[in-house]
Design a protein around this ligand. Sequence first.
Ligand code: ATR
Length: 273
Amino acid sequence: MDRYLVFGHPVRHSKSPFIHTLFARQTQQELEYGLAEPAVDEFAQALCTFFDQGGKGCNVTVPFKEQAFALVDRLSPRAKRAGAVNTIKLTDDGVLLGDNTDGAGLVADLKSHGVTLADSRILLLGAGGAARGALAPLLAELPSELVIANRTHTKAQQLAAEFHDLGPVTAQTYEQLAGPFDLVINSTSASLQGELPPLAPALIHTDIAIYDMMYSASDTAFISWAKQHGASQTMDGLGMLVEQAAEAFTVWRGIRPGTKQVLRELKRNLGVI
Ligand code: ATR
């Protein structure tokens, strides 16, 4: 049977096996999908061993996405832009192809929530790996403006300069930000520590869409904060998780699975509904 897995550390709580098993059942594909948690300095060896032993493809998550970027034979254009690889496929001619489906997953999830990206003013919080992966797919949707704000302003400036050729992207400090924005995307890891990016509450209004790439069983700190200040449309990263997985599944199997039912089952599994 074709074998796939996700590499991460820690990875025990990953929902990828659950999601991909449902995709396989839905599309009647025969495959198995597992977990691998190598020590941080043993990822390269573990990756080689997996493919030597007949593995067909894998997902890669924190902290291995940049290592995977350096280890694959070939990169997709979107992985090259993202500077990170979250999906690897062994091609029929034996090449390890590195791809990145995170940004496509974000855009697909935003669209499934009915968020309009064309001609919108988007504020992207954070300038780490998650922000980098999101930039090209967001700019491809032709927003009127995309502003990056980051605690360390120089990193936002670097990212804006790097993606400037793809669209109207600029960097501003949190203090400089002036609304109204149509959509705020939180790509920072602040929610992980229960912290908040230093965003002025005045930027939140009833018609704004709020997206936190993080997710948890209850509202993330950022979503609670935005609701408190009047945001009515808030979304967390669970849908993005399912959508990036669907994109990876499509890369591997050539069949696009439906995501709605799988997202519903995942929410049930997590106790969210
Ligand atoms: P990832 O790959 O998930 O993007 P990362 O590369 O470590 O992770 O980036 C984390 C991002 O969250 C960074 O933009 C970081 O800001 P700095 O560049 O200033 O470090 C941001 N971040 C983390 N904690 C934050 C907090 N409490 N407030 C604001 N931004 C925070």
